[in-house]
Design a protein around this ligand. Structure first.
Ligand code: COA
Length: 138
């Protein structure tokens, strides 16, 4: 988590490749306890169950979501995910966005996303999506 934040996130920020959002505590603002990153994305709809769509649609990629090891299981992951979905929804008001896409690093992470309504692509079940319309109606 720290390596990615130190080495990649700031580079991506400068080059406008992604935006990273961090969670900190008021009493220790230098210490990041969780973060996520968002990027604009074009996704192939093959393997995406549901309504008929063009071959490719615009999406927001939830590129990273991680919680400090000692702080997992206390609701912070859910909180950051809701914040990310809210950011994607706001973005979709200005620029058409069909869905949010997340790439889960393992089956455990995929389970976390499925809990919040993300559906797996049929051929690549570690890649999951959540339609913006579902977020809007929530
Ligand atoms: C996955 C991760 C982001 C979840 O964050 P967290 O703070 O530990 O999770 P929360 O405490 O917010 O859990 C929220 C809910 O999701 C559930 N949940 C957590 N992990 C889950 C999993 N693997 N499968 C199903 N549900 C899960 C919790 O039980 C909780 O449910 P409840 O509200 O009904 O009690 C975190 O564990 C993490 O950083 N893991 C390592 C990196 C990673 O896997 N990132 C995912 C992107 S690839």
């Amino acid at each position: 988590m720290n390596d990615w934040l130190r080495n990649i996130a700031s580079q991506h920020q400068k080059k406008n490749l992604s935006r990273t959002y961090v969670a900190i505590r008021r009493e220790a603002p230098d210490q990041v306890i969780g973060y996520y990153a968002l990027a604009a994305f074009l996704i192939e709809t093959e393997g995406m169950p549901g309504k008929r769509l063009p071959d490719r649609v615009s999406a927001v990629l939830l590129a990273r979501l991680a919680i400090d090891n000692g702080r997992q299981g206390r609701g912070l992951g859910a909180h950051l995910l809701m914040h990310a979905l809210d950011t994607a929804l706001t973005t979709s008001e200005a620029v058409g966005v069909q869905c949010v896409v997340a790439d889960a690093i393992d089956e455990r992470a995929a389970g976390f996303y499925r809990k919040y309504g993300f559906q797996p692509f049929t051929q690549t079940p570690r890649r999951l999506f959540l339609p913006i319309e579902t977020i809007r109606q929530a």
